[in-house]
Design a protein around this ligand. Structure first.
Ligand code: BGC
Length: 344
């Protein structure tokens, strides 16, 4: 098991960006760059199963948050507004001037993180650190964040998150990888068989802001409790499928408890991925297309990937019934998500 460090590119202001390749003792390896603490490659069984780009320039200038670490608040905050301890906070409405998305225009995905390799035998871990200053993007408190990546011997990518803040604040961290288990150039994901261990979703309005209710998945296109091809019900008539894609938060269970969130299997490659997390929700996002070319000039067609963004529920600060996303001063936030790979 090893971590190889190489230079990757340079920011316009001259800062260097490095890339780290984590090779496990099994068949899995992962490559992460310090820009956005972004997962750029995930190789399993001879295929790279995440979409990405070939250059820092592309990661900096193109949309989509491919593989990036998202914060301070992943997903949306309605009207970029929330209250904490009785005070009102405003964060940038970087989506159509209506909603705050993925931490704002200069979210964690745009930052150059500081890398440290921690060698706890036999598994080396890549730790990436960030200081998010008080008031950055409108959020209160100076926050220190650490995201760590390890490749475990059983072909698992483990991502852990740690954060502390000197004032009460809000937080929702995730990784925004776009998976295609047949490979980044493997065609569409409509036949990927997905199981989601969720009995409900948080239904949304036209701006993808939760209404606050929980909608049981029974007899809806959102019922993935038995494996089914992702594309099977995606075009079904349902008021929540207005975009003809899945872009919804599935309710997994209590925060802090490790849960089997999802299992995905590509019949084209025989590759299975299991997702485990201690987060209360997961966003299934089946992007209809992306502003690519991506890796090796690959121009994917429709529905080239799916995201499983483990997270707290969108807009939680404005919904008292949702699990809390408040991080109190002096306390720490710790979370883990694992993506495990196997082959049929
Ligand atoms: C959101 C989508 C958004 C995508 C890319 C996902 O996490 O749920 O609505 O389009 O990220 O920004």
């Amino acid at each position: 098991m090893s971590i190889l460090s190489e230079s990757y590119g340079q920011m316009p202001d001259g800062r260097f960006v490095n890339q780290f390749t984590l090779t496990g003792s099994g068949s899995l390896s992962a490559t992460v760059i310090t820009y956005g603490a972004t997962l750029t490659h995930l190789n399993y069984g001879g295929r790279d199963v995440v979409l990405g780009y070939d250059s820092l320039e592309d990661y900096r200038t193109r949309d989509g948050y491919l593989g990036a670490t998202i914060g301070r608040y992943a997903n949306r905050i309605a009207q970029g507004r929330f209250f904490l301890n009785g005070d009102e906070y405003r964060v940038a409405c970087n989506e159509k001037n209506i909603t705050h998305l993925h931490g704002g225009p200069l979210g964690f995905d745009t930052r150059v993180w500081i890398p440290v390799i921690e060698q706890v035998e036999p598994i080396p871990t890549l730790k990436l650190y960030l200081v998010s200053e008080d008031g950055e993007m409108g959020y209160p408190g100076r926050m220190i964040v650490c995201v760590s990546y390890s490749v475990l011997p059983d072909d698992t990518l483990e991502i852990t998150y740690h954060a502390e803040c000197d004032k009460d604040t809000i937080l929702n961290l995730t990784n925004h990888s776009y998976f295609n288990l047949a490979g980044y150039d493997g065609g569409d994901i409509l036949d990927t068989e997905l199981t989601l261990y969720a009995d409900a979703i948080t239904p949304v309005d036209a701006h993808l802001i939760p209404t606050g209710e929980l909608l049981p998945v029974d007899d809806t296109p959102f019922d993935f409790r038995q494996a089914k091809p992702i594309g099977r019900d995606m075009g079904a008539q349902h008021p929540q499928l207005f975009g003809r894609l899945y872009d919804h938060n599935f309710v997994l269970g209590p925060s802090g408890e490790m849960k089997h969130a999802a299992s995905a299997f590509s019949p084209r490659s025989g590759i299975r991925m299991d997702c485990w997390t201690d987060q209360p929700g997961v966003q299934l996002y089946t992007s209809p297309g992306l502003n690519l070319p991506g890796k090796n000039g690959c121009i994917p067609g429709k529905y080239p990937s799916f995201c499983l963004e483990t997270q707290h529920f969108p807009d939680s600060p404005n919904h008292e019934t949702f699990p809390s996303t408040i991080l109190r001063a002096g306390e720490s936030f710790d979370s883990v998500t694992r993506y495990s790979f196997s082959k049929a």
